[in-house]
Write a protein that binds this ligand. Structure first.
Ligand code: ZN
Length: 279
């Protein structure tokens, strides 16, 4: 598989889910080997786990005091489309626009403007099972010819436990919107999160129903979104995984722990685990 970039610069704009601030980003073509990087306030921030500062309801990267946030949906689409080299420049704001809450608008614009480069992609080949877990979730990767990611989870009061997968079909994940539970909205806002959230860019789940008048795009849309998040966070490895990734109830924090541990592991140990009980 060859590396890719975009044929020409392309712009996206809109409000950020958590900051509520308007943002305008331009994706610029880059040569092979550049990787994905953000440019904000004159600082280049590589889309790499080494620059992750926070994973609280979204993935936030930072360097030299400059931060960019909610990078995961855009990164997931870039990963899916084989766009490996880009500079994502912030002309306004510092949070990637949430658009409709899914990866769909990024996908729609970017799918037809991929430029294939000469160089082959770099691949991280999984040779043995590797797993990271916490108290209630785990992410495991195992050898596999190609790439496949699976997510198992449930939606409280709405969906029994189920498994969704991405093995190359973009339609399996790209449409799935971000979501939250009705009872968490006040809590999120009290912590300065979800200020830009509305029924136009997020699914709000009540007790056994969704508040959005149009309903869900698929009955398992929320867990498909968790899979989209996983793909975006996996891309922070900075190199493509050849393996089969399985997440049971993982979120951004465990995704990050997984990527970091995998990158830093010499495979001398096959499992890492942390389970800190909080009062
Ligand atoms: Zn998300």
């Amino acid at each position: 598989m060859r590396q890719g970039t975009v044929l020409y610069p392309v712009e996206f704009k809109g409000i950020g889910l958590h900051s509520g601030e308007f943002a305008r980003i331009v994706l610029h073509p880059e040569k092979a080997g550049t990787g994905i990087r953000f440019l904000a306030k004159g600082v280049y921030i590589p889309a790499n786990y080494r620059y992750v500062l926070h994973t609280d309801h979204a993935t936030l990267l930072g360097k030299e005091g400059v931060k960019v946030s909610t990078v995961e949906h855009l990164l997931a689409v870039l990963y899916i489309l084989g766009l490996d080299n880009l500079t994502v420049e912030f002309l306004e704001g510092s949070e990637v626009p949430i658009l409709d809450g899914s990866g769909y608008h990024f996908y729609k614009v970017l799918k037809d403007i991929r430029l294939e480069l000469e160089e082959e992609v770099r691949v991280f080949e999984i040779k043995e099972v590797f797993e990271v877990k916490n108290c209630k979730a785990y992410i495991r990767v195992e050898p596999y010819e190609g790439f496949c990611a699976l997510y198992r989870g449930y939606v409280k009061g709405l969906l029994e436990e189920g498994t969704v997968q991405y093995c190359g079909n973009v339609k399996d994940v790209v449409f799935a919107r971000t979501f939250c539970y009705e009872e968490d909205v006040g809590f999120l806002r009290s912590r300065g999160l979800a200020k830009g959230g509305s029924l136009k860019n997020a699914v709000v789940i009540g007790k056994g129903y969704v508040h959005n008048p149009e309903g869900l795009r698929s009955k398992d849309e929320p867990i498909r979104h968790k899979l989209l998040d996983l793909l975006g966070d996996l891309s922070l490895l900075g190199i493509r995984i050849r393996g089969r990734v399985f997440s049971h109830m993982g979120g951004h924090t465990l995704n990050y722990a997984f990527v970091k541990s995998l990158a830093e592991s010499s495979f001398s140990t096959s499992s890492t685990s942390s389970c800190v009980s909080t009062p």
